[in-house]
Design a protein around this ligand. Structure first.
Ligand SMILES: Nc1ncnc2c1ncn2[C@@H]1O[C@H](COP(=O)(O)OP(=O)(O)OP(=O)(O)O)[C@@H](O)[C@H]1O
Ligand SMILES: [Mg+2]
Length: 301
């Protein structure tokens, strides 16, 4: 009987696990720590995801975490504008030419690595099977290279955004205090929790007028979530509305480089610290292919 595609993928990955556990027996287990996939998303567009992703990446990199930011906004790639980098290669080269993940890694500031998306190029779930295999094959390289992979997605309830979210260990939903942004964020939580209760969902309130206001808005969305979805959200932090952010954007430099002492920069650094410290609460995997990979595979069942 012909095996289904997901079956083949699982078998392929199982073979890798078997091979790698054989070859790794005598090595230091710490050097094969699982990569933590963090998906940054939002209900409404333009709430600060890309700025947050890049600057969080810089903060984590400065804290000694090997970090990569992946531009998975498959509609409109713009991570390079915010990071101030010029991409030589993009995910396109990975899938449609003979390159490895290592070849398409861009250098961001302070040791941060960046994988650029390509505008309007592909929809993850519409990719032909052999391209999915190729993508999984390449993502496998991340497990050896990075502690943290931040996936910057687009906004809204599209299939591929929910796919990335569902496959990640952590989902960070960004919202501003604007009512439409909050209700769209709640709709996002609802859609994600309908399909998967495994990933941890946390919320960042961006562009708050005060810390107090930020925390109040978190309570609003968390009350709705716990009451109607029976799901407790994690409060990851509040980022102040800060004119340094648009100033840095205009100069095409990341906030943490251009204005390292600004309020928003300090807020993001605090979030980076909190993320690292909650690392241990994530369930301990039996091997590095658990988590992101298995969940990605399950999407193709
Ligand atoms: N904390 C902040 N204070 C002031 N302005 C901010 C803040 N965060 C973001 N902004 C403004 O919001 C704009 C949009 O940010 P960004 O591009 O990161 O949003 P996005 O969610 O990635 O958008 P998209 O949904 O289009 O991908 C920025 O150019 C910046 O001017
Ligand atoms: Mg963006």
């Amino acid at each position: 009987m012909m095996m289904d595609q997901a079956g083949k993928l699982r078998e392929m990955i199982q073979t890798r696990i078997d091979n790698s556990s054989l070859s790794k027996e005598n090595e230091n287990p710490d050097s094969h720590k699982k990569t933590r996939f963090i998906c940054v998303t939002s209900g409404k567009g333009g709430v600060g995801k890309t700025n947050f992703s890049i600057n969080l990446g810089i903060a984590l990199s400065r804290l000694g975490q090997r970090t990569v930011v992946i531009d998975a906004d498959l509609g409109l790639a713009n991570i390079d504008v915010v990071a101030g980098t010029i991409p030589k290669y993009t995910l396109n080269n990975l899938l449609y030419s003979d390159m490895n993940l290592e070849d398409i890694l861009g250098n961001g500031p302070d040791g941060l690595k960046i994988i650029s998306g390509a505008s309007g190029m592909f929809n993850l779930l519409d990719l032909p099977y052999e391209k999915v295999q190729l993508l999984i094959h390449h993502f496998h390289e991340l497990y050896e290279m990075f502690d943290i992979a931040i996936i910057d997605t687009g906004a809204g309830l599209s299939k591929n955004i929910l796919a990335f979210a569902g496959a990640s260990d952590d989902i960070i939903i960004i919202t501003t205090p604007e009512p439409t942004s909050l209700t769209d964020a709640y709709a996002m939580v609802k859609a994600i929790t309908r399909e998967n209760k495994l990933s941890k969902i946390s919320v960042v309130i961006n562009q708050a007028e005060s810390s107090k206001e930020g925390h109040q808005y978190f309570e609003k969305i968390n009350n709705a979530s716990s009451k109607f979805l029976n799901y407790e959200l994690e409060k990851l932090g509040v980022i102040m509305d800060d004119v340094s952010v648009p100033k840095a954007v205009k100069q095409q430099q990341p906030l943490l480089i251009k204005f390292p002492f600004s309020t928003a920069a300090k807020n993001i650094e605090l979030i980076a610290l909190k993320l690292i410290n909650t690392d241990q609460t994530v369930d301990v995997p039996t091997n590095e292919y658990d988590g992101f990979m298995n969940r990605l595979i399950s999407l193709f069942r």
